[in-house]
Design a protein around this ligand. Structure first.
Ligand code: GTR
Length: 323
């Protein structure tokens, strides 16, 4: 059948309209600077999506907290001002309480255990719970945030050493309770305020993984002792604003999910290299790594697991059963 000119024009117009309505340049945000494993993995994800969709889906990366702290960025993602957000799961807890199961102290035995859980059915269930919640965010993938340990101006070896020390925690009451149970005084504060707070003595220290401690320069503010408590192993999460998600066709949604999963695996490689690299750099800068048996900190935080874990008993057992 021969297409007449009108049909051809109508078809062309339709194609352009479809393109115009579905093309999206998505703002992607992260508190970490350019070059950080999460930032690189998300940028690469954007490049692959751009190529696979002939430019219909692109990311524009805003690293280094330029769009705000994590709490603010979560809010912007919920309303659709940010389309792609990589955040710690920590500050997502107050918005979606179901995810707090991964935010509990010592809920994972070690990094390998955390990875086995996020890669498996429980990881998918939690992404789905976030998506199904009223938070207006779609859980795309997990990323590695390693394991968090204490860094302070004075050396810490036991919970008793933390007495009277003000330690910055991420904005989630669960973490303030965790620090209080560990022996210190937990203070909730945005990541961007920590440097000055240590420098001016508003706080005595904080807790994080080696890549964050190095790239945020907190050791230069005076926190030179890095005590290997490994009290929190919190996965990072990659989410899309529901506003942006709803504009995608089902095929594009599937493509985004698939590339997010690829980004999860790529970030993991970058992460392992970054932990080794930044740990060496911290030591070279004179940061003292204090190795210790963290059982006293594990025992001290039992009441926190009891309080916040009461609603997750069955799920926590399933997590513990993952080999
Ligand atoms: C980092 C994490 C960030 C942010 C930061 C913090 O480990 O990657 O997303 O949550 O910790 O302590 O605020």
């Amino acid at each position: 059948m021969k297409m007449n000119l009108n049909t051809l024009m109508a078809a062309t117009l339709l194609a352009f309209t479809t393109l115009a309505t579905t093309a999206q340049t998505m703002k992607a945000a992260d508190v970490h600077p350019a070059g950080y494993p999460t930032v690189v993995a998300v940028e690469n994800m954007g490049k692959k999506l751009d190529a696979a969709t002939q430019g219909r889906i692109k990311f524009q990366m805003f690293p280094g907290s330029v769009l705000g702290g994590e709490k603010e960025m979560i809010e912007q993602t919920q309303v659709g001002a940010i389309q792609i957000l990589r955040t710690s799961l920590g500050p997502v807890g107050p918005v979606v309480p179901e995810v707090n199961v991964f935010n509990m102290p010592f809920v994972f035995r070690d990094i390998a255990h955390m990875r086995a859980v996020i890669d498996g059915p429980i990881g998918q269930e939690l992404l789905d719970k976030l998506t199904a919640s009223p938070a207006r965010m779609v859980g795309l993938a997990w990323m590695d945030g390693g394991s968090r340990s204490l860094y302070t101006k004075k050396p810490v070896r036991t919970p008793a050493d933390l007495k009277g020390q003000k330690i910055r925690m991420m904005g989630n009451p669960l973490f303030v309770d965790t620090m209080n149970a560990m022996g210190g005084n937990g203070i909730a504060m945005g990541y961007g305020e920590v440097f000055t707070a240590i420098q001016t003595g508003v706080i005595d220290g904080a807790e994080n993984n080696p890549p964050s401690l190095y790239t945020a320069n907190h050791f230069k503010a005076g926190a030179k002792y890095y005590t290997q408590t490994n009290h929190l192993i919190i996965p990072e999460i990659l989410v899309m604003s529901k506003v942006a998600w709803d504009k995608l066709s089902p095929a594009d949604q599937a493509l985004v999910k698939k590339s997010a999963r690829d980004a999860q695996l790529e970030q993991r490689q970058l992460w392992d290299a970054a932990v080794a690299d930044y740990s060496a750099k911290l030591k070279a800068e004179g940061v003292e790594f204090i190795a210790l048996d963290n059982k006293p900190f594990f025992d001290a935080t039992a009441p926190v697991r009891a309080k916040y874990g009461a609603q997750f008993t069955a799920l926590m057992q399933r997590i513990a059963d993952v080999k």
